[in-house]
Write a protein that binds this ligand. Structure first.
Ligand code: 5AD
Length: 448
């Protein structure tokens, strides 16, 4: 009764939360398995950012609930954002759920499972659903466990904060993740040191709005924001070769952060900078506190600091009232920045957010049309950037065998995936690779 399968939907924060739950469960004597069919306990860690993500998880849960009819002691839990967003109402759709755990209660999962299993083994009536959705002070400090060192990870996520205090009119995250709360710099550095000691070389700092890190708790020092202080502290950790972060807010890109990219060699020349729209009218309706001009200035400043910077973004097409002219502004900005990577979303109504009740919602076909236009642009821009690398030598952090197991894979500082002939002993090493071929999604080369 102790084999657990965890399925994760959504963003990297969700992946990190799932990893931490897996590590806590393993410490408690559970076994983590990678197939739902060999599991006694199935946990879905869910996403609420778009309706589609919620529907997928509900569909999956319904399917598992049906399996419970043949296997009544199969345990089914829903964790994370959808649990927080929909709460006990989910039980109307899924009456067979055993466990419902919110975004501030991941660390309680081992206790809850222990109790559920003890009740099942006592063979009484089916226990009622365990529901744990409260806010909990200090919960941001509980996502810190990693897999044991024998499963070392070349690249690791580290959660530095939780929550978001912005009020973007389209977004459900402030509801699902709550108020901004940060972990102390010393705790984060200690976690990074442990990871480095176990062989991790690349750290990605995670939070819903990392540029707001510590802004109420930690004072500025020598003109540097708490977030830049944190990056500098991690930069000192021996063994760590690369630092990345996601997601920032454009508002957080002041001179100190731009200079960090210029001055800190471990901070990779890759910025994920969510723009959402290129139209000032739509940005205002989204309650995003910047203009397209201010955004483009940040891009220019970063390029001035690091000439071959790579840019990625999040964009929403089909926000209520988005005209052809507004979309044209987005398309134009997309080309001007020349994004190398982008996550393009069709606007999805999120009940309870201000934009949900705006007039002039766009038809699905029009959102799809705009989506395709940007996807085509992205394909071309990404291909062009990759082709420009053919013939160059790139420093690649070797991660391991690729999916087919034929070659090895790693990433460049600009986060481009490279395939090459390699060897186990190169895992975790920085190697120079001469790039020979390029597609929009990856590069092929040879170690020099
Ligand atoms: N519809 C579509 N995309 C959304 N995002 C957030 N809310 C919505 C929504 N209602 C996108 C934003 C955000 C990313 C994580 O998800 O682009 O940056």
């Amino acid at each position: 009764m102790n084999r657990v399968y965890i399925k994760t939907y959504g963003c990297q924060m969700n992946e990190r939360d799932s990893e931490a739950v897996a590590a806590m469960l393993r410490n408690r004597g559970y076994t983590i398995v990678d197939s739902e069919h060999s599991a006694d306990i199935i946990l879905l860690n869910t996403c609420s950012v778009r309706d589609q993500a919620e529907q997928k998880a509900i569909g999956k849960a319904g399917y598992i609930a049906a399996r419970k009819r043949e296997k009544p002691d199969l345990v089914l839990g829903i964790m994370g954002c959808m649990a927080q967003n929909r709460g006990a109402d989910l039980l109307d759709r899924l009456p067979d759920l055993d466990l419902l755990v919110g975004t501030q209660k991941f660390h309680q999962v081992p206790d809850h499972l222990d109790n559920i299993i003890a009740t099942l083994q006592a063979q009484g009536p089916r226990p009622s659903t365990v529901i744990d959705l409260e806010e909990e002070a200090g919960s941001q400090n509980t996502i810190r466990d990693h897999l044991p060192a024998d499963r070392r990870k070349v690249s690791a996520f580290v959660s530095i904060m939780q929550g978001c205090n912005m009020a973007c009119t389209f977004c459900i995250v402030p509801k699902t993740r709550g108020e901004e709360r940060c972990r102390p710099i010393e705790d984060i550095v200690a976690e990074v040191e442990e990871l480095a000691a176990a062989g991790t070389r690349e750290i990605t700092l995670l939070g819903q709005i990392v540029t707001s890190y510590g802004r109420r708790e930690i004072p500025f020092k020598n003109g540097k924001s708490p977030f830049v202080q944190l990056i500098e502290a991690i930069h000192e950790v021996p063994g760590i070769a690369r630092i990345r972060f996601t997601s920032p807010h454009p508002r957080g890109f002041k001179q100190d952060l731009v200079e960090a990219f210029r001055d800190l060699p471990k901070l990779c020349p890759y910025v994920h900078l969510p723009v959402q729209s290129g139209s000032n009218r739509i940005l205002r309706a989204m309650n995003r506190p910047y203009t397209r001009e201010a955004y483009l200035r940040i891009v220019d400043d970063l390029r001035a600091a690091v000439p071959d910077m790579y840019f990625s973004t999040d964009i929403i097409v089909g926000f209520p009232g988005e005209t052809e002219e507004d979309f044209e502004q987005t398309r134009d900005l997309f080309e001007r920045v020349g994004y190398d990577m982008a996550f393009i979303f069709k606007y999805s109504i999120r009940t309870g957010t201000p934009a949900a009740t705006l007039p002039d919602q766009l038809p699905a076909e029009e959102k799809e049309r705009r989506n395709q236009i940007l996807l085509d642009l992205l394909h071309r821009q990404s291909l062009r950037r990759n082709q420009s690398l053919v013939g160059t030598i790139q420093e690649v952090l070797v991660e391991g065998p690729d999916k087919k197991g034929l070659r090895f894979t790693g990433r460049t500082p600009g986060n481009r995936t490279v395939h090459f002939e390699g060897h186990e002993r190169l895992i975790g090493e920085l190697v120079n690779v001469r790039i020979e071929r390029a597609s929009a999604s990856s590069l092929v080369g040879a170690v020099v």
